[in-house]
Design a protein around this ligand. Sequence first.
Ligand code: OOG
Ligand code: MG
Length: 262
Amino acid sequence: MIATGKMLAEKVTALSEAKKNRQPITAFSASEPNFSFKEGYEVQQTMLENDLAAGEELAGFKMGLTSKAKQKDVGVDSAIHGYLLKSFEVEKGGTVLVSTRIHPRVEPEVAVVLKKSLGEMVPTLREVKEAIADILPALEILDSRYEAFNFRLPDVIADNTSASGFLLGRTDLTPYLEDLSLLGVTLKKNGEILETGCPAAVFGDPLLSVLALAKEFHQSGRKLLPGQVILTGGITTSVTFAAGDVIEIVWPQETISFHAKG
Ligand code: OOG
Ligand code: MG
């Protein structure tokens, strides 16, 4: 038990240092093939507790690897979840610093903001819909703390599912709920379309991703709270960006964008 605890603390330190120094590390599973899913979440939970102790505030949670495109991209075939801090949020049309990150990437997502808590029971899809205040166009900024985004499932869970930032649009898509899954989304870098997709890529309906998260929270005795943001997972594969790039995610209702700076 003591050995396990020490190993956990060492992993937390290694990931925190990698983030701070912008020096990627080799995924733990490369030398520890038995590093488990459960231990990955223990590392993630300790990282969250350390962040909160350092004065950070929780903004919500994210689902990851909820589309075939993302699962193929990273060679992993099951959904995972991580946490979002308030400091991760980027303003629409704002700037994203490349210099504080290692090798950032961006992906289009659907976000929801809750108005009711979830997790006390396993909700139905209708109860999930009732718990949602807004459904928003969103993007996520990823930055793996592992070399070349090379990891296995427990590693990426430990690394808070590569979370590094998020941006929320302002148009509530709830009135478009019937068509939400089939709305066309394009990702542009410097005006060029690099990815296209629609929210149906995420479990057929991104609200099913919220349901899956609520189920996991229920099983682990946790709750999702009113006001929290939930990212439902990348619709397409993620795209790299560098200083000087302009990223735009175009939805029929709204375009969200940022400018990458050095
Ligand atoms: C893992 C994070 C996955 C998503 O939306 O699927 C994720 C990664 O791609 O590094 O955020
Ligand atoms: Mg994502």
